[in-house]
Ligand binder design. Structure first.
Ligand code: C5P
Length: 303
């Protein structure tokens, strides 16, 4: 067994996100289709076995705003893995951020998933089902970060089933200035829907059909996010950003998860370049990135 590993883990977006009623446990029932995109964090983990506990450093990208203590989900993942594997969490964890921070692209969940996969590789055992169960306790998106690809999520998002896809989809991601805290966005959707009878969430069949057929135009039309009105209500400038999509050839434009990153689906690499230029010069976002999906979930890198 190796005593150190390097794990690569992707960002995610929600191709569809239906938000049901608020549950008694404070979460909302979801029906979502996730897709993992080619923006990656790299997580290096070394087992020191010296009794000194977790040591965490974060570098790359926008690392400055990421905590390096026990409030980081990766730290908590290390402790949860150690408990499950009956080991001590004497781990050096070094995260290199390539996933936008606090953007609604599951960067924190991705790092937690990477730690779980890394610990399983070092310590042996722990199949993906076990890891998903540990991951689900850490955060709703962690089980998806383990599997990646395109998948249907239910429950609070933690029950994941792979979905068939054909081909590769091209995305442009616009990272907005400012921050939207996930709990606040969920609270805002409750406020906007106060007094309404909220139905049980349903998976968008049109999204599944479009990804199965590799039909980007159909997928662009089918993208849907129930959290979008809440994100726009809290950050109205996102509306202007989304409008730039259709003006510059996007097949579909959507707020990613709870935002504030906006995801634009385009036909190909050339369309991605064109939209990237338009978004970059709009003054409405701090960074623009291109990505493709689906890509695999947390993967141990060899060598
Ligand atoms: O599971 P995770 O830590 O990502 O959730 C963060 C917050 O987002 C929760 O505390 C909750 O306020 C909200 N949430 C929710 N319903 C979900 C997932 C998240 O209300 N299904």
């Amino acid at each position: 067994m190796p005593t150190s590993v390097r794990v690569r883990v992707p960002a995610k977006i929600n191709l569809s996100l239906a938000v049901g009623p608020l549950r008694d446990d404070g979460f909302h029932e979801l029906a979502t289709v996730y897709q993992a995109l080619s923006l990656f964090d790299t997580v290096e983990i070394a087992d020191r076995a010296d009794g000194a506990g977790v040591r965490l450093t974060v570098g790359g990208g926008e690392a400055r705003s990421v905590p390096e203590d026990h409030t980081n989900l990766a730290w908590r993942a290390a402790e949860a893995a150690a408990e499950a594997f009956n080991r001590s969490a004497d781990l050096d964890i070094s995260i290199t951020k390539g996933i936008p921070v606090a953007g609604g692209m599951a960067g924190g969940s991705a790092d937690a998933a990477a730690v779980l996969v890394g610990c399983a590789a070092m310590w042996g055992g722990g199949d993906r089902t076990d890891l998903a169960a540990i991951g689900a306790r850490l955060g709703s998106d962690v089980p998806f970060s383990l599997v990646g690809g395109t998948a249907v999520g239910s429950g609070r998002g933690e029950n994941v089933a792979p979905a068939m896809t054909k081909g590769r989809f091209h995305w442009v991601l616009a990272l907005s200035e400012g921050h939207l805290a996930t709990p606040k966005v969920y609270a805002e959707i409750d406020r906007l829907r106060a007094g309404e009878l909220v139905p049980a969430p349903m998976i968008a069949k049109s999204v599944l059909q479009a990804v199965r057929g590799g039909d980007a135009a159909a997928l662009g039309r089918a993208l849907v996010n129930d959290l979008q009105p809440a994100a726009l209500s809290l950050m109205p400038t996102l509306g202007m950003l989304l409008e730039l999509g259709p003006e510059h050839g996007a097949l579909g434009s959507i707020v990613s998860g709870s935002g504030p990153t906006c995801a634009f689906l385009v036909a190909d690499e050339e369309a991605a370049m064109e939209l990237t230029l338009a978004l970059s010069s709009s003054g409405l976002c701090r960074t623009v990135r291109r990505a493709t999906g689906p890509v695999p979930g947390a993967t141990v890198l060899l060598g």
